[in-house]
Design a protein around this ligand. Structure first.
Ligand SMILES: NC(=O)c1ccc[n+]([C@@H]2O[C@H](COP(=O)([O-])OP(=O)(O)OC[C@H]3O[C@@H](n4cnc5c(N)ncnc54)[C@H](OP(=O)(O)O)[C@@H]3O)[C@@H](O)[C@H]2O)c1
Length: 303
């Protein structure tokens, strides 16, 4: 039963957690701070960033440092600006937690024209990681943790001709595609780190079933029905444990994927995930997605 008390001392470590004003991201940032890290709260609404910082500071443990960052993953200029500001203030980055996410919104697009879930959950994080690559490379044994989901197992491919909603919209299919893209990215990034002989690692995590604002687009009645179909629905502190384990435990290896250890990985404590489909492990698809993202973001990763 690994918990936050097992996190090693993180004094001096520099971390970014995206979407850390609420939910799993908030609990992840709080636990890293309480272990001594210098954590940047990166979220799209400056007031929410400020409120999260105050809430963490008002807790009982005061150990790390907290930084303020405005980051809209649905807008590639905002992502670039956030990364540039961050690099002006920091010369290293130990932990990048690609946590932010949006689930089953009404059909809509990001500022750059991507379907919202694919654009925020995947493209935004691809661009963010790319902009911060130099810092990650410079920092010995840095880690990139990307949040996927059990939903990634629900689709077996990516329709590259519908990523800007050229055809039709199915909110759950698009969410599943974005989370498949996240896990493909996590595995591919780790392969590229290894091939380049870089000490950084890329690790994936999924939180199981956790009650957060993520379900804001599901009407109340349907939501309670959905939650009732699971034996246990976790609170955010527990949903954050797989991310925290992936980010901090010394036993973690590049290319690992962590989730909760309970039945069907709906709830529990961190363990290696058994979620695996041919699509998730498809290296041809991972490479095709990578090339698509580099072209779409006009950003070439230089390893
Ligand atoms: N909860 C679960 O059961 C579950 C299951 C599987 C996977 N996950 C994954 O876990 C991660 C965290 O989700 P959560 O459950 O903690 O959800 P949450 O409480 O809704 O938190 C999501 C965070 O992402 C932020 N966000 C949304 N759009 C953004 C954008 N355009 N730019 C920057 N930030 C943005 C939100 O900011 P605002 O507050 O401003 O909207 C919020 O801070 C997600 O990647 C999700 O897919 C969650």
């Amino acid at each position: 039963m690994w918990t936050t008390t097992d996190i090693p001392d993180l004094s001096g470590k520099v971390a970014i957690v995206t979407g850390s004003n609420t939910g799993i991201g908030f609990e992840t940032a709080k636990a890293l701070y309480e272990a001594g890290a210098r954590v940047t709260i990166a979220a799209r609404d400056p007031e929410k960033v400020q409120m999260a910082i105050q809430k963490i500071r008002s807790g009982t443990v005061e150990k790390g440092e907290l930084g303020f960052g405005v980051l809209d993953l649905g807008n590639l200029s905002s992502v670039k600006k956030f990364a540039e500001n961050f690099m002006q203030k920091h010369s290293n980055l130990d932990l990048l937690i690609n946590n932010a996410g949006v689930m089953v919104p009404p059909a809509s697009k990001t500022a750059d024209g991507f379907e919202l879930q694919f654009g925020v959950n995947y493209i935004g994080h691809f661009a963010l990681t790319g902009h911060l690559l130099e810092l990650l490379k410079k920092t010995s044994h840095s880690r990139v943790v990307t949040l996927s989901s059990g939903a990634a197992t629900l689709v077996d491919t990516i329709d590259f001709d519908n990523l800007r909603l050229e055809k039709n919209y199915d909110e759950w299919r698009e969410y599943a595609i974005s989370k498949l893209a996240d896990i493909l990215f996590s595995y591919e990034l780790d392969r590229r780190f290894k091939n380049a002989g870089i000490s950084a690692i890329s690790v994936a995590a999924h939180p199981g079933v956790t009650r957060t604002d993520l379900q804001r687009n599901i009407p109340g009645e349907n939501l309670e029905g959905m939650f009732a179909s699971f034996d246990q629905v976790m609170e955010p502190w527990q949903g954050a444990l797989p991310s925290l384990f992936a980010a901090t435990d010394p036993s973690v290896k590049g290319g690992d994927f962590y989730g909760p250890d309970g039945e069907k990985e709906y709830a529990g404590y961190p363990a290696l995930s058994a979620h695996s489909t041919p699509a998730m492990k498809d290296e041809v698809l991972a490479n095709k997605l990578w090339v698509y993202a580099e072209n779409a973001t006009q950003l070439t990763y230089k390893f």
